[in-house]
Design a protein around this ligand. Structure first.
Ligand code: GTP
Ligand code: MG
Ligand code: NA
Length: 470
């Protein structure tokens, strides 16, 4: 495409906010899915990416003043729980725009404020979804209605409760350095952050949210959205998949990935060069993290969330770039570039140990004595470790692994049986424990703890130590 009309890629949008503000439920409402209801403990524990086609705006009869044409929107859902701060930070670092979800009955909360810090640091434009308006006492449901219409239908009592809660939230944003206003009254849209009241339960305000997301918000960052053939690709997650082996979930920000491409990933041990065997995406409007059916592709074009199947991905550091080596490129030069990124990631990690910045790149610190942690993905592994650190006990980690618990894991973890009994345990999250592994553990006295949430997992462990000490 030439002339004035530059080709644009889909913007990448991150959903942030405090626990239970309704981030996942809002996405479910947009997608027509039921992800939230199936989450263990009702909490999001894994970062997710969903491609929303541009025609979604057909669900809205509203008109945007600033309207550009983007092919769709790649939405990244993040967990609100405290221990998942790395996942949030990583999600945001690869985004163009964001939605901060605030529960109207709660106002700004701890992780809302953390999100605002992240947004400021990365200089990302965002809108606020002021969610759960249906919780206002006496709210009259107007399924999927534009918010102004829905508000008109409410009683005076509801209107006045809405007004004071909205004012309170605007004040709280102000206290955190952001000017905000309800979007239908906001005539300084570029300077004042838009608030869209929504209900993820009955859909009021969701047409408005969609409109701002696919038409208005991308319009204020058009310069960032020029499509470019140069591959820009960041690793979101490293997963152990039961059929596919180790896979990486990436966000392809620009360019095209092909089956058969030679690529380099960053690991703590150095660059690993491999070949893309398969490119998988979920179906449109479905989650990348969902264990459902994937579409296979010969090539994938930005922006998109993609699961990459290749050998040698096991130690990929989430948050680093995936580099494509094109025919004719100097492989050694490309590997040197990867090495530079690894060095930087590791040095930033050291800095982080002193607590100066939030890190986006995974780099798990291990100790000579500590417990063994096993999970299905690097992101959840980090959340478990963050939670272990923040818990009253501050438990070190001796070693970790991704995927099912095998005999070798039990053997390795058993080193602690002689050194420090309270550390002789494997915390296993969202992975299978192989029967031989359980048998060996039972025989040797190693404890394997499994649970469906990070929080339960660590709780069971702390109870276990208490038991030992008594
Ligand atoms: P985390 O991922 O755990 O941080 O939470 P979240 O922000 O994704 O919130 P989630 O979608 O899990 O919703 C939390 C709870 O609030 C669930 O029980 C939802 O059904 C409920 N909920 C979310 N949005 C709304 C809403 O607009 N109205 C009402 N009444 N309930 C809502
Ligand atoms: Mg959620
Ligand atoms: Na939740």
């Amino acid at each position: 495409v030439d002339g004035d009309e530059k080709e644009l890629r889909a913007p990448i949008c991150c959903i942030l906010g405090h626990v239970d503000a309704g981030k996942t439920k809002l996405l479910d409402c947009i997608r027509g899915t039921h992800v939230q209801e199936r989450e263990a403990g009702g909490i999001t524990q894994q970062i997710g990416a969903t491609y929303i086609p541009e025609n979604i705006r057909d669900r809205t009869s509203l008109k945007a003043e600033t309207a550009i044409k983007v092919p769709g929107l790649l939405v990244i859902d993040t967990p609100g729980h405290e221990s998942f701060s790395k996942m949030r930070s990583r999600g945001l670092s690869m985004c163009d725009i964001a939605v901060v979800v605030v529960d109207i009955t709660q106002g700004l909360e701890k992780q809302t404020i953390e999100s605002l810090h992240l947004l400021r640091r990365h200089n990302v434009s965002f809108i606020v979804a002021l969610n759960k308006v249906d919780r206002l006492y006496g709210w009259k449901e107007c399924t999927n209605a534009p918010i102004v219409e829905a508000l008109k239908k409410q009683s005076d009592d509801v209107k006045s409760e809405y007004k004071w809660r909205l004012t309170k939230v605007v004040t709280e944003f102000k206290e955190n350095g952001f000017n905000t206003a309800p979007y239908y009254e906001n005539n300084k849209k570029k300077k004042v952050v838009n608030i869209v009241p929504t209900s993820a339960e009955s859909g009021e305000g969701v047409p408005d949210l969609l409109l701002l997301l696919v038409r208005w918000l991308p319009g204020i960052i058009t310069d960032k959205l020029a499509y470019d053939d140069t591959v820009e690709c960041t690793v979101l997650e490293v997963n152990e998949h039961k059929d596919l082996g180790t896979t990486v979930d990436v966000v392809l920000i620009n360019g095209v990935l092909h089956q058969g491409d030679q690529v380099i990933v960053c690991t703590k041990q150095g660059p690993v060069t491999t070949i893309i065997r398969d490119l998988l995406t979920p179906h449109p409007m479905k989650e990348l993290k969902a264990k459902g059916a994937y579409k296979h592709h010969k090539e994938v074009r930005a922006a998109q969330g993609v699961k990459i199947v290749a050998r040698g991905l096991q130690y990929t550091m989430a948050g680093t770039s995936l580099i494509v080596v094109k025919p004719g490129d100097d492989l050694r030069q490309a590997e040197a570039a990867a090495m530079q990124e690894i060095d930087m990631a590791i040095s930033t990690t050291d800095e982080n140990e002193k607590g100066t910045t939030t890190q986006e790149v995974s780099s798990i610190v291990t100790s000579k004595e500590g417990i063994y942690v096993q999970a299905s993905s690097v992101g959840t592994l980090e959340a478990i470790i963050a939670h272990l650190k923040s818990s009253s006990v501050d438990i070190p980690v001796y070693a970790w692994n991704l995927g099912p618990v095998y005999k070798q894991d039990v053997m390795k973890a058993s080193a602690m049986l002689k050194r420090k009994e309270e550390y002789a345990v494997i915390l296993a999250f969202d992975v299978k424990v192989m029967p031989e592994a359980s048998a060996l553990a039972a025989e040797s006295g190693l404890k394997i703890i499994t649970a469906d949430t990070v929080y339960r997992l660590v709780n069971i462990y702390t109870e276990h130590i208490k038991g030992l000490k008594e």
